[in-house]
Each structure stands twice: as C-alpha cells, then as structure tokens.
Design a protein around this ligand. Structure first.
Ligand code: GLU
Length: 485
C-alpha cells in the first residue's frame, strides 16, 4: 500500500508524509521533546505517513549511549513509537563528506583559518554579530586546522514558509557565513540535518521554535545542494511554541522538572502525560481538554498550532493525572500501582497489591490520589509491623485534645464488644460517643483515626478499620491508651 499524498499543507507539491524527530543524546528526554514527538507521530499517523527517529549524536563529547536508550524508552512510554530508525548521524559521515566535496567544488564554501579570538577582536564593535567574511576572498585551500564556511549571499532575503508562523523573512545580510565543517574536519549539525532530511525525503520538519533561527541557513544550504546535485523539494516547516514555566521563563533542566523519566518515576500515567503535553500549543476544534491519542491522530492540524509560548502547568498536569487514575478499572489501577511500586522498589513491597485488603480499599484509594506515588501513604496503615503514628498528627489530634483520652478509651471498650466488625457498626459506635460528648463527628473521629491509622488525613476511617480488623485495631488503641495515661 502506498501512503496517501498530502494536499492540505503548504509545500511545493503533494508528497508522501515523512516526518522525523532528531533528538541529541546529551541528557534525559524532556517534556518538550515528547510534545514534539507526539505531534510528529500524530501527523504521520493521520496521513498514513512515516515517523522517523534519528539520533543526532555528532557531538561525541556530550553524547552517551545510555541517553540513547533513554530516548527509546521515553518514546515507547508516551506512546509515540517511531516507524523507521533509529538512524544515527555518527554512522552517516560518508554522506556528509561527499556533500561537502560537492559544495566545495561548486564554490559554495571557503576555507577559514581565523581563530575565535581573532574574530571576536575584529568584530566586537560591529552592529551585527557574527563572522565578518575575513577569509572569503583569501582563496585558502582546504586542509587541517581550517574550517569550511558557507558563503551566504550579501543581498536578498531568505524566506522560511512556516505552517505555524506564516512566512518568516530573514535578510541575508544578517546571516553570517556559517561554519559547516569544523577545523578538525567534523561536519556540524546544521549540515548533517540538511543532508539527512534530504536523504530521508522528509516532507515536514516539525520541531521546537528554538531551531527557527538556523532554518534560513538550512534553506540556503538546501538551495546550494539542489544546484550542485539532484534537486530535492524543501520540506514544509512548522516550529512549535516554546514551553514556559509559571514565571514565563523557558523551561529548562536547571530550574524545572523536565525529564519524562522523572514523571514516570513520580507516578504519572503515560496517557495523562500524552494528553497534557498535546495541549501545549494545540487544542482540538471542539475545545475539549481530555482526549486520547486516537483523538489526537484524528483531529491534530499543524495549522491550528499556535505560536505564543505554552505554559507547562504542573498543577494542571497533576489534576489530569488524577482524572486519568480515576478512569481506570480497579484491576487496571491495581496493575499500574503495582508496576510503579516494583519499578521504584518501594519499601512497602508489591505483595500488598495482591492482598484481599487492597482489593477492598483500592476504589477508595483511587478516588483520592493524584499520582501512583501517592498510593502507598494511603495503605501503609495496613502493615502492622511498619505502623507508626505521624508525630505532627499525634500532637494535633491527641496531645492537644483534652478529651482524646476519654474518647479513645470509650471507643476501645465499645469496639471490644461489638458483635459485627463492619464499617456501619463501627460508625454508629463512634456516633454514640460523639453525642455523649457533644462533639461533631469529625472532631470525635480525629483521635481515633490518628491512633489507628497514624495520620489525620487518609481513607475513610470506618471502611479502613473494617479492613484493618478487630485485633489490630484494638491493639493500636491499647498502645495509644497506654501512652496517654
Ligand atoms: N537535535 C535537535 C534537538 O535535539 C533537533 C534538531 C531538528 O529537529 O532539526 O532538539
């Protein structure tokens, strides 16, 4: 089956959709990269196209193999699986060298032996920053210690047709003669990206806004390559809005939580993450906020991506995650909670999730948590050996309450005598105590809750005690009574 041609997008002619992401393995895969991946993936799916993964590993000093694995894992986790690749730029060197030879032979490049210091010294007072063209007419031969620069035309403009921003014009006089091969002979990524996009017949370059300033260089290089070899259509470009934090700063790994891996470890569900990230720069025509990846594939339009910065709102993400957790079946919730606990080696252990007590309480837990990481704190009380009362809760609900001792002791004797150990029965016993003391139910519950469950907040008291069982409940009440008296 051949992929349907695309006709509703800008671009020189209808062509099969082939998109790519080109992450550099220099750190954790971050949320911005995941958003870019999701849009590329959805666009490819929508058009029956191909989503290519290309690892930009030309910066050998900063790349690490473990980061490559991290990229693959992150893409699988979020649900944006690639169709082709991963290709690696480090394995494509011959292709870059061959193109450089071609550009050199055509006179599009020149050799330059200026040091960075020399360039800075000459240009520090120039109104436009960048290289001053010093070596352009010197006619230096190529050779060791000499970089190769692309000779940018002095006049005219280079236009980037951007599907998100419209036409963006760059005056050629503001574009320096940029280096495409370093003085040690290594090709720079501005060149590698262009060669790869040509070679891989990329139809649409959908990437972060930070790459827009280098796009006119890519367009110029592309034109020169078309003149010196086979003509290949320029891809359509779409630059996605920058992600900012609450202070409107571009999110960065130094000040924000950006690694997708961290969100996984923090107990976020991939589908909540994917949904939330998809909303950063785009929304479905109906304005609905909760949607699946299938909906994204159906409704995503590059033309509807906006260009103002998108606020990465952790609170909203957390809210989404809670909604997604509540939409899981109890079995699925259990599966996810157990997988999370196993992945982080949680001290409570994963046996908990196979217990009958867990099955009883799981729906009550799901109603209350925002992440899978919140789960253990709600069920810790079930494990007698590790049971501890939180000091602040003890202080507040027992030490500072003059009636706490009396309430606990009455509750102890009533619970010791009840015939049926069931939530409603336990509740009516406490109601009787509340009435006798002229206290509200919640205030009467507080010391009992802290004595038996260890904290002032948590699951509903009576359902929890039912699951905890009579013996353990009485044991815990006795332990606190011995301490207060
Ligand atoms: N390597 C770049 C990045 O990690 C991507 C460049 C591109 O998409 O053209 O953001």
């Amino acid at each position: 089956m051949t992929a349907p041609a695309i006709t509703d997008q800008a671009g020189p002619s209808p062509r099969p959709v082939r998109v790519r992401i080109a992450p550099s393995p220099t750190g954790y895969f971050h949320v911005g990269g995941a958003r870019t991946a999701l849009y590329n993936w959805a666009f490819a799916r929508q058009h029956g196209g191909v989503f290519v993964l290309r690892i930009e590993d030309t910066d050998t000093e900063r790349n690490k193999e473990e980061w490559v694995q991290g990229i693959l894992d992150a893409l699988r986790w979020i649900g944006a699986e690639w169709d082709e690749g991963p290709y690696r730029q480090s394995e494509r060197r011959a292709l870059y060298d061959e193109s450089v030879d071609r550009l050199w032979a055509a006179g599009a490049l020149y050799a330059c032996d200026c040091t960075r210091e020399a360039v800075l010294a000459r240009t520090k007072d120039n109104p436009t920053p960048g290289y001053d063209g010093h070596c352009r007419e010197r006619g230096l031969e190529r050779g060791p210690g000499r970089a190769l620069r692309f000779a940018v035309p002095d006049d005219g403009v280079t236009v980037v047709h951007d599907l998100v921003r419209g036409d963006v014009e760059f005056s050629n006089s503001t574009i320096e003669d940029f280096v495409i091969v370093k003085s040690n002979g290594d090709p720079l990524f501005v060149l590698a990206v262009v060669i790869d996009d040509r070679d891989m017949a990329i139809s649409h370059v959908i990437r972060a806004e930070e790459h827009l300033p280098t796009t006119p260089k890519a367009v110029l290089l592309w034109g020169a390559l078309n003149e010196t070899g086979p003509a290949v259509d320029l891809p359509a470009f779409a630059h996605l809005p920058v992600l900012v934090n609450a202070k409107r700063q571009k999110i960065s790994k130094r000040r924000d939580r950006v690694a997708l891996e961290d969100y996984e470890a923090d107990g976020y569900l991939p589908e909540a993450m994917a949904n939330y990230l998809s909303l950063l720069g785009w929304s479905p025509p109906g304005g609905e906020e909760l949607f699946s990846l299938d909906d994204l594939v159906r409704e995503f339009r590059l033309e509807n991506v906006n260009h103002s910065p998108a606020f990465f709102d952790n609170q909203k993400l957390l809210h989404f995650n809670g909604l997604y957790i509540r939409s899981l079946t109890p079995e699925e919730f259990t599966r996810r909670a157990r997988a999370w606990a196993a992945a982080v080696h949680h001290p409570l252990g994963i046996e908990l999730y196979s217990s009958p007590q867990w099955r009883e309480l799981a729906p009550l837990v799901a109603e209350r948590v925002a992440t899978l990481a919140d789960v253990p704190a709600y069920v810790e009380f079930l494990f007698g050996d590790s049971f501890e009362i939180e000091p602040a809760s003890y202080e507040k609900a027992i030490a500072k309450d003059a009636e706490a001792g009396a309430i606990l002791s009455e509750m102890r004797s009533r619970l010791g005598a009840v015939s049926a150990w069931a939530a409603e029965v336990l509740k009516s016993e406490l109601e009787a105590i509340a009435e006798a003391h002229g206290r509200k139910l919640g205030k009467t519950q507080a010391p009992v809750r802290v004595a038996t469950l260890g904290r002032t907040v948590g699951l509903p008291l009576f359902e929890s005690l039912e699951v905890l069982g009579r013996d353990e409940t009485l044991r815990r009440l006795d332990a606190v009574l011995a301490a207060v008296s």
